[in-house]
Write a protein that binds this ligand. Structure first.
Ligand code: MG
Length: 386
């Protein structure tokens, strides 16, 4: 018996980045399941135009207004509306008829459109962790009030979500996030002279530049600890990070009786994206599956916290909470950008973040405006230290 599924209407913020491209690959494979109503990109005009021609959305947003004229000219004959800027992003995330919005914008810029989508009662499929780090608590609270679903796409959080589904949270002893260890896990000697090119060479995942550098510093795990604490309502002391170089187990949940549930899958972002889009259903696909026999064995190690201090900075921000995660995130964005431009060394990234965190006067129960202010403050402070 075949069950006829209704179409799922989606919009994608960050459609030309790696998550956006993978989301569209899923849509391309299942044209009978998904329809793209809106796309948004920052500056990759040609890619955005090509995507619009193929998927025929109602609206596209090009974030940089200078590029709007060209996009408009190219898409005029298709009757696709072109919008720009922050307003445009909010329009894409609140468009009538859309059920699920995929958020895959790099950095803090995604905050306003996420809250706009929440208000408009769209389910939120969130790939970029920054909004969940900066304002995760607020988002989860608001989503509970309005009945909106938060569907995590970050692979570890998708794994935790799947392991926690149907379980009692008071029966959970701890959450375990795995890390591949990044490109420098096995590197001997000092990390002072490592270059952006070396740091961008991730052993397991193909991702955007910002998150790949975060993986090299282990800030990615620091951010993920905050993200998991906010999403699932656990104290960071109950969240553990383990290095697992095979990157097959993405997350585990340990229960009070000592039982562990684990999420295993190939390292392909299409899996967590697809699950967020089809939840609670699953969708057959043509992706390769795990060959457990070929894998032979799994390894686990504790992360080296001295060598990669960003992880502990993440824990500290999560423990102290309030406005500190927003500060950590903003300082990190500035420092990573400077490292990519070869303005600072690799080891300067954690020291800049730490200094900015030390200077910050914590706001304990921040509203959205406080968080945005803290973010701006931290950016200024971090820039002064470059
Ligand atoms: Mg992740």
């Amino acid at each position: 018996m075949t069950v006829k599924q209704t179409m799922i209407n989606i919009s994608i913020l960050g459609s030309t980045g790696s998550i956006g491209i993978n989301t569209l690959r899923i849509v391309r494979t299942h044209p009978d399941k998904f329809r793209v109503l809106a796309l948004a990109a920052k500056k990759s005009i040609d890619d955005l135009i090509a995507q619009a021609r193929e998927f025929r959305p109602e609206v596209v947003c090009i974030y940089n207004p200078e590029s709007a004229a060209k996009v408009q000219k190219e898409l005029r004959s298709l009757k696709i509306r072109v919008v720009t800027g922050d307003e445009g992003l909010c329009e894409v995330s609140t468009l009538a008829g859309v059920q699920k919005v995929v958020f895959a914008l790099v950095g803090a810029v995604g905050l306003a459109p996420i809250f706009a989508a929440l208000k408009a009662k769209k389910d939120l499929a969130i790939a970029n962790k920054e909004p969940l780090v900066i304002a995760g608590k607020l988002l989860v609270e608001e989503a509970k009030k309005t009945g909106v679903k938060i569907l995590p796409i970050d692979s570890e959080h998708s794994g935790l979500w799947q392991c926690l589904e149907g379980q009692r949270v008071d029966m959970v002893k701890k959450l375990i996030l795995t890390s591949s260890g990044g490109p420098f896990h096995k590197k001997k000697g000092s990390l002072t002279r490592v270059t952006p090119k070396q740091a961008l060479n991730h052993p397991k995942w193909k991702m955007g530049a910002k998150i790949t550098i975060d993986s090299a510093t282990l800030m990615n795990k620091g951010l993920e600890v905050i993200e998991a604490a906010n999403l699932f309502g656990f104290h960071p002391d109950k969240i553990e990070v383990l290095v697992h170089p095979e990157a097959v187990i993405h997350a585990m949940v340990e229960f009070v009786d000592g039982t562990h549930l684990a999420n295993l899958a190939i390292t392909d972002m299409r899996l967590p994206i697809q699950y967020a889009l089809t939840y609670p259903a699953r969708l057959m696909n043509h992706l390769p599956t795990l060959d457990l026999v070929a894998l032979h064995r799994f390894h686990f190690e504790r992360p080296d916290r001295k060598r990669f201090p960003c992880l502990d900075l993440g824990y500290e921000a999560s423990q102290k909470g309030g406005s500190l995660p927003a500060v950590l995130n903003a300082a990190n964005e500035v420092a990573v950008e400077a490292f990519l431009k070869e303005e600072i060394s690799f080891l300067k990234i954690p020291s800049i973040i730490e200094n900015v965190m030390k200077k910050h006067r914590l706001i304990s129960n921040p509203g959205l405006q406080d968080l945005i202010q803290s973010d701006l403050w931290a950016r200024e402070q971090a820039k002064e230290q470059l």
